[in-house]
Write a protein that binds this ligand. Structure first.
Ligand code: HEC
Length: 122
């Protein structure tokens, strides 16, 4: 194999990887809703005025860190084990420190998009 064909193979395979990481329209809408309603508690990096200070800066991420003690990723967006029914049950019914979300805040369509985003192929 000459250098040019190796380069071509490399380029083709990198394009394939880039495409696999593109979000579908539903996943992309889900990310927008997630960033607004879930990210403040489940984010990777604490934001806000006191960003990063205190254990409650990211209540969701901190709680899941304690709950799974490193057996599962504390950041929700890194999880690949979340079943759609579990996500919708927790969002509508709440779970310990997590409040419920009403349909007037997050519509059923938005919730389906969040689920699509959290279950995006990786
Ligand atoms: C006010 C903060 C807050 C917001 C906003 C929030 N969560 Fe949570 N969430 C938590 C906390 C705290 C937990 C941990 C509950 C526990 O102790 O088991 C949690 C847990 C979860 C779990 C369960 C994970 C597991 O392994 O048991 C899911 C799924 C989840 N949240 C999804 C969402 C989604 C989707 C949104 C946005 C629609 C959202 N959360 C918004 C605080 C929040």
């Amino acid at each position: 194999m000459n250098k040019l064909s190796i380069l071509c193979l490399f380029l083709v395979s990198s394009i394939g990887v880039a495409e696999a990481q593109e979000l579908s329209p539903a996943e992309a809408s889900g990310k927008v809703v997630f960033d607004k309603w879930c990210e403040p508690c489940h984010g990777r990096v604490a934001g806000g005025v006191f960003g990063g200070l205190g254990t409650n800066a990211l209540p969701g991420t901190s709680a899941l860190m304690v709950k799974y003690k490193g057996d599962l990723p504390p950041v929700l967006e890194d999880r690949i084990d979340l079943q759609p029914i579990y996500i919708s049950t927790v969002v509508r019914g709440g779970l310990y420190g997590m409040p419920i979300s009403r349909k007037t805040e997050i519509s059923d369509a938005d919730l389906q998009n969040i689920i699509a985003y959290l279950n995006r192929p990786r």
